[in-house]
Design a protein around this ligand. Structure first.
Ligand code: SF4
Ligand code: SF4
Length: 192
């Protein structure tokens, strides 16, 4: 990857620090976080490299990286860091900051899965696998992926046909509201 040295080196790192409380300049690139990363075979930029890009003010390269989206939030990196840098939180911060700036995630399946998974929870407070699968497949246009698993799931009663609902759905709505998780249309409705 070609790196252009940016004069506003501190600005991006500061932005990240304001959002997460993490000072990326504490990282001395030992590589321990990356050595333990559980998704290392699926990513191009290791956590160490991503931190270096932040140190160098390479905002565009950071937001283009798939690493924060493929990250499984297993926190192995965080637990291994000798400088007590919460690398997993840093990954989350990158995702949040990119979303705030209106940047499309480079891995489109991740937001599609999150939306499909959260939709029934927002509605009734419970996950609904069948609805999630349908929602995800429609969003990603992958109707036949993993269909071979359906008979096994049906046989084991893992795919109920109707969603469940908790008694107090208002509490669920409040949780989503506090987390700021509303689609623009819903947000408008909710503010009225
Ligand atoms: S939290 Fe993410 S970046 Fe850290 S080790 Fe786990 S998968 Fe890798
Ligand atoms: S383990 Fe900590 S100090 Fe070492 S590269 Fe990762 S973040 Fe930097």
């Amino acid at each position: 990857m070609h790196i252009k040295i940016n004069n506003s080196v501190d600005a991006f790192a500061e932005e990240i620090q304001n959002c997460s409380g993490i000072n990326v300049y504490n990282c001395y690139q030992c590589g321990k976080c990356s050595a333990g990363c559980t998704v290392s075979s699926f990513i191009e930029e290791s956590p160490t490299r991503l931190i270096r890009l932040i140190q160098l003010g390479q905002k565009e390269a950071v937001y283009k990286s798939k690493t924060p989206y493929v990250c499984a939030t297993c926190v192995t990196c965080t637990s291994r860091c000798p400088m007590e840098i919460d690398v997993a939180k840093l990954m989350e911060t990158i995702r949040i900051s990119a979303k705030k700036e209106g940047i499309e995630p480079p891995v489109k399946e991740v937001p599609a899965f999150a939306k499909a998974f959260l939709a029934p929870i927002k509605w009734g407070g419970k996950s609904f696998e069948l609805g999630m699968m349908i929602g995800y497949k429609l969003k990603t246009i992958t109707p036949f992926t993993d269909v071979e698993l359906s008979p096994v799931m049906l046989k084991n009663n893992k795919l109920p046909f109707f969603p469940g609902k908790v008694k107090n759905t208002e509490r669920i709505k409040n949780i989503f509201e506090r987390a700021g998780y509303f689609e623009p249309r819903e947000k408008k409705k909710h503010e009225h």
